[in-house]
Design a protein around this ligand. Structure first.
Ligand code: NI
Length: 171
């Protein structure tokens, strides 16, 4: 089967401030989740669940890069994301300019719009779709997962998707 090799869906910076483009991760599967660090409920729940799923996958997770792309680049600087992700160390945080984040959102068809939120210290939140995307080692879409899946179902869906890939011969 001939794999599609899509162009990079994002060109951002990681939580260490280093340039990070989708093509930098070629050769690894990507698990991509969009959110923002001020998110009170959805992100903590999703990131905890996805982290547990990666744990459950054991060494099968070694070739998966888990990415958390902010939809709130105004507040989510690399430093903010690095500190936040200390609680979810499987994840690499990605941020960028508003334009770069908009391009990444469009590429994954992620919905997220800033909205007034009186409970937020800065007066706004960025409600977002809670979907994790699984990409193959060359950047082609494999599967996506909503919040409705429990950890066991999610781990098994990821295992199935990974099992369908060509084996890697160089390890
Ligand atoms: Ni969130």
């Amino acid at each position: 089967m001939v794999s599609a090799r899509p162009a990079a869906r994002f060109t951002l910076v990681d939580h260490f401030g280093r340039s990070a483009t989708e093509t930098d991760f070629r050769g690894r599967n990507l698990l991509v989740y969009f959110g923002f660090t001020h998110c009170r409920v959805v992100c903590p729940r999703s990131l905890a669940r996805l982290s547990q799923v990666l744990d459950r996958l054991g060494e099968k997770a070694d070739r998966i890069a888990a990415l958390y792309i902010t939809v709130d680049p105004a507040r989510d600087t690399p430093d903010v994301m690095r500190r936040y992700l200390e609680a979810y160390p499987a994840f690499t945080g990605l941020t960028g300019s508003a334009e770069e984040i908009d391009a990444a959102k469009r590429a994954f068809r992620v919905f997220a719009e800033r909205r007034a939120d009186p409970l937020d210290p800065d007066g706004y939140a960025v409600p977002h779709s809670a979907i994790a995307y699984l990409m193959d080692r060359e950047g082609a879409y494999l599967d996506h997962f909503t919040d409705a899946l429990d950890e066991e179902a999610l781990a098994s869906r990821i295992e199935q998707a990974l099992a369908q890939q060509e084996p890697i011969s160089d390890d």
